[in-house]
Design a protein around this ligand. Structure first.
Ligand SMILES: *Cc1c(COP(=O)(O)O)cnc(C)c1O
Length: 334
């Protein structure tokens, strides 16, 4: 079976990262540097951000969980959008924080709906940009405008897990962190192809960073993973090439899928969300792909049972996926 279900990279991490990981194995008797000084410096150099504002965690999932743990609770509500990343809702649930969902318009985040849903008890607003599972994106200027209109007491967390795919030509949002109530999250799991390594990072205002750091499991990133991430972030060319390859294969796949009269939005990520007419049709397409060993992700859990999320894999795999869908749609839609 080939997984097209987890939004993993279509290729292995940079050879430099693999070499660095192998070299780090000999230091396995020692605990990692709990501050990840070298990793934070490498990230700081690559992204032009202050290393003292960076907090690293075992995947951005650890950071999301700890942010919620630090700030949300029964009277400190969490706000996100209708098709927001499931972990936002789940981590709110773990701390008994009510989670408000703002409606989306055409499966894209509506900042005006989010603003309407803010209450005096809203403490956190999570926004994945681009969104997972929708793949749609707001421009960074729209997010800036949203931050200006969002009350000061709401901490905005912009989860840019797919930022490297989406924002090559946009002014990044990192400067918003200087105003004290915005956090930007990134990960090595997607564009850097290091999902197994469990390395995420965020840019935090100092006081927020301090509170979240207290909740992180000490030394949660192992030395080998940290060494891989250090090398990977220094190899920006490899990462940018991955993003370019992904975009090419993705856009070809989207064109093909549309040519069979199936619907999907443009994607700003390494996955494509195909929208079928109804749940039965989506399930049937899923079954046809599975029969050929291709596992995609059904979106019933998001209330999008008529959609399948397909991770962009290597070109040969996507060609097969498109062929299966074409044959299936000819029979199904006959
Ligand atoms: C994949 C993904 C993450 C990444 O989580 P890690 O713990 O860093 O692997 C975070 N947020 C969103 C929206 C994602 O899709």
């Amino acid at each position: 079976m080939t997984s097209l279900a987890q939004n993993e990279s279509l290729r292995a991490p940079s050879p430099l990262a693999i070499k660095a990981g192998q070299a780090a194995l000999v230091s396995s008797a020692a605990y990692p540097d709990p501050d990840y000084h070298i990793l934070r410096t490498s990230i700081s150099n690559a992204y032009g951000v202050d290393p003292d504002l960076i907090l690293c965690g075992a995947g951005s999932m650890e950071l999301i969980t700890c942010i919620t743990h630090a700030f949300a609770g029964p009277k400190a509500r969490v706000l996100t959008s209708e098709y927001g990343y499931a972990l936002f809702k789940n981590s709110a649930m773990k701390v008994a924080a009510p989670c408000d969902l703002a409606r989306e318009v055409s499966q894209a985040v509506s900042t005006s709906a989010l603003l309407q849903a803010v209450t005096s008890e809203t403490r956190l607003c999570f926004l994945a940009n681009p969104g997972n599972p929708t793949g749609t994106a707001l421009s960074n200027n729209e997010i800036r405008e949203f931050r200006t209109r969002l009350p000061e007491h709401v901490l905005l967390i912009v989860d840019e897990a797919y930022g490297e795919f989406a924002q090559a030509h946009e002014q990044p949002l990192f400067d918003l962190v200087d105003h004290g109530n915005t956090v930007i999250l990134r990960t090595f799991s997607k564009a850097y192809g290091l999902a197994a390594g469990r390395i995420g990072w965020g840019l935090f205002p100092p006081a927020t960073r301090e509170q979240v750091q207290k909740l992180i499991i000490p030394s949660s990133i192992c030395t080998v993973s940290a060494a891989m991430a250090e090398a990977a972030v220094q190899d920006q060319i490899y990462m940018q090439e991955t993003c370019k390859m992904t975009a090419q294969v993705r856009d070809e796949f989207i064109r093909e899928v549309r040519s069979f009269n199936l619907t999907c939005d443009d994607s700003h990520t390494n996955f494509v969300l195909i929208r079928f007419s109804n749940n039965e049709m989506s399930n049937a397409a899923d079954a046809a792909l599975r029969q050929q060993g291709l596992v995609t992700r059904g979106m019933g859990g998001y209330g999008l049972g008529h959609c399948l999320r397909v991770t962009v894999a290597a070109r040969e795999v996507m060609t097969t996926a498109a062929e299966v869908l074409e044959k299936w749609s000819r029979e199904y839609l006959r």
